[in-house]
Design a protein around this ligand. Structure first.
Ligand code: ADP
Ligand code: MG
Length: 474
């Protein structure tokens, strides 16, 4: 026979279902089990503290509405949070009463043992610690990170964090700067140092793209709780390339909760981004606010001296037999980033092997001159937007405005067309970045451009000119 409390909860669920999105209903409400009713207090069981907090943070109004509709104005909820069975001598469930206003602080936490409750609590540490592979690259250590003017501030901050992870004001620690400047290397070097200083601490390096894939997979397999529990175990979480969170709301939301949970527990967060926090577009404000809590440092483009130091270090380490004159010549040519510097050194080494000749400054000059000319610039939505605006001599804000002027509409459509064809950005992201439109507008724009290309010669030559500008480095 169905118990009273089950009936009450089932009525509540019917009401809640009408007020929340189906996905949210499935994730947050479906797994809840009603476990008791005392007077007008219904007790429900949730799988973790995290779930409890999410419910109270985001769904308190709808919960209150449902409870009061079913149980009357005095209706209240009491949560029972499941605790791990292995925690011998501890209660295996924790009861938290929700006040009528939904605040946890009201009635406080009331610990009452209860028999037969399910068995999992990610917030309790097992004595047998989990061994998690930190996913660190063997050579991205502090010893291999050459210090110079361009990176001394990030390096000093990194060292301070590695000494006392989670205990300094640098939490989160955000390293930003252009591609190939050493952000990933330095972030991972902190991971290595922490492992050396505190072998018991759980360190994890993950790129934002991998994090997103894991999250999507967990959603598909209905394993979100496992996913969240796993991340709660980390002491030092390194999330690389957070600009990739742009436009991915569900992933942002999940990372937001993981961030808060870890930060509250005094765990260290290390983030990298290819742009400054001020330039991180399309990220939720509450995330950006949190990124400002700690320290943001810029990894700058290395000056000649730093490049030369790094080149010397690499040559010595890898056994390249390059004279200082040759190294200086390479560093003169490759002035943008360190990844390219490494690439140039490797290519030149291959040259000497093929030609059985010692390098001369002239050979370096000829070879690198050609290599640099051949390099294609990175194609991003932002770059395309800029090139198109420059070409039509319009301000980027105009492209973003609602204006229906023909030239502006055409520039907007062209920018969308190039983004769709030259980048991996999603239609939704492109639409949002260019003129706050939706993905159907982007599809329409691409079709409009393709049609015009077929029929209008002047337009075609404009597009070709734009293509050339997009492929030109400066
Ligand atoms: P980013 O993450 O900023 O794109 P990476 O950390 O991947 O750049 O660095 C690119 C390459 O340059 C890596 O091989 C890294 O080891 C090397 N590198 C960057 N900075 C330094 C440095 N200060 N000393 C030695 N190697 C460096
Ligand atoms: Mg990187």
């Amino acid at each position: 026979m169905e118990k009273d409390y089950q009936k009450v909860w089932s009525k509540c669920l019917d009401l809640i279902r009408e007020h929340v999105a189906p996905k949210s209903f499935m994730t947050w409400f479906q797994p809840i089990v009603a476990v008791g009713l005392q007077g007008s207090v219904l007790r429900i069981q949730v799988k973790s503290q995290y779930v409890y907090e999410c419910l109270e943070e985001h769904y308190v109004d709808v919960l209150r509405m449902a409870i009061r509709s079913v149980l009357g104005a005095n209706g209240k909820l009491e949560y029972s949070v499941v605790v791990e069975e292995s925690q011998k001598g501890r209660p295996n469930s924790m009861i938290i009463s929700s006040t009528q206003s939904g605040k946890m602080s009201g009635n406080g936490i009331d610990m009452k043992p209860e028999k037969g409750m399910v068995v999992e609590n990610p917030f309790e540490r097992k004595t047998n610690r989990l061994e998690i592979d930190p996913q660190l690259h063997a050579s991205y250590t502090m010893e291999n990170f050459v210090e110079g003017n361009s990176n001394c501030v990030p390096k000093a901050s990194a060292m301070a964090i590695a000494k006392s992870p989670g205990k300094t004001a640098f939490n989160p620690f955000l390293i930003y700067g252009g591609s190939g400047l050493g952000k990933t290397h330095l972030a991972q070097a902190i991971g290595w140092e922490v492992k050396q200083n505190y072998p018991d601490k759980v360190v994890l390096y993950v790129t934002t793209n991998v994090f997103q894939r894991q999250f999507t997979e967990a959603q598909l397999k209905n394993e979100i709780n496992n996913f969240l529990h796993f991340y709660q175990l980390i002491d030092v979480l390194i999330l690389d390339d957070i600009q990739e969170l742009a436009g991915k709301r569900a992933t942002q939301n999940t990372f937001f909760h993981i961030f808060d949970e870890l930060h509250r527990a005094g765990k260290q967060l290390i983030l990298t981004s290819d742009r400054s926090p001020a330039d991180l577009k399309d990220l939720e404000e509450r995330l950006l606010t949190r990124f400002r809590w700690g320290l943001s440092v810029e990894m700058q483009v290395p000056d000649f001296e730093t490049r030369l130091q790094i080149a010397r270090f690499k040559a010595r380490k890898e056994g390249f037999d390059f004279s200082d004159e040759i190294l200086a010549c390479i560093c003169k040519y490759v002035d943008s980033n360190i990844r390219e510097l490494e690439g140039a050194m490797n290519s030149l080494l291959a040259q000497t092997v093929f030609t059985h000749q010692d390098l001369t400054p002239q050979m370096v000059q000829d070879f690198l001159g050609k290599m640099i000319k051949d390099q294609k610039p990175e194609m991003t939505v932002e770059r395309i937007e800029k090139v198109v605006c420059d070409y039509f001599n319009i301000e980027p804000e105009v492209l973003q405005s609602k204006t229906r002027k023909r030239e502006i509409v055409q520039a907007r459509q062209l920018a969308m067309y190039f983004c769709k064809n030259y980048t991996n950005a999603s239609l939704a992201y492109i639409g949002k970045q260019i003129g706050r439109k939706d993905h159907t507008t982007v599809l329409y724009a691409c079709k409009a451009v393709a049609d015009l290309l077929e029929t209008d010669r002047t337009f075609r030559s404009q597009v070709e000119e734009l293509q050339q500008k997009l492929y030109c480095r400066s």
